[in-house]
Write a protein that binds this ligand. Sequence first.
Ligand SMILES: [Zn+2]
Length: 245
Amino acid sequence: MEMITKVEGIIVKTTNYGETSLIIELYTKEYGTIGIMGKGVKSMKSRLRALTQKFTYGFFYIYYKEDKLSILKDADIINPFTHIHEDITLISYLNYITELTTQVYKESQNEDLFTLMIDGITKINDGLNPSVITHILEVKYLDYLGVGLHLNSCINCGETKSIVTIDPDQGGLLCKDCYKGERLYPIKIIKLLRMYLLVDIKSITKLDISPDLEKEIELFLSSYYHRYTGMYLQSKDFLKKIETL
Ligand SMILES: [Zn+2]
């Protein structure tokens, strides 16, 4: 007899299968992304119809199969993220954050990533600045990718005083002696990046980051990700387009 397994997860993709069934890609805390067959879940009378939409976050009760599709038996919603679902821009953030997190998980297989992601999405749903929350996640994920930021001393000589900028290409701080005309980022973003790295997302109640500094951090993180992670995510391009509308 097969045992039912309870997993915590968020639906990241659904594909129609026949008239009434769905193949669900579920990003789970326990197993990473797994494929699940939802038999008959699209039929009007199925209770699971509403619980198998993209981005449903909940507990899923499945017959877990390691190398093939698991079978969905039941589901319970943990948080419907109602506020996010009412806003196309926030949905784009959700799309990007889930894509980014599942990619980072592929590299590191660390369960903590799921928790960080859910903490971030929950704060966005609670109304905190989605761009800042996304930056906080991006900063934290760098450690899991093995390319964490060095924010304590000059990347060249180790000097801790007279830091003049942070350089995404060299991957760290530069002091005035090692500075050779690189772009001058505001020194304030170094302190913010340090804070982003250390802060417990659950404990954040408000964020006061000026839009100018937010743009500088965005520019730094985009360049750093491009240079050091080799990740290219379509959802990020789309997010940028939406934000400039
Ligand atoms: Zn130096």
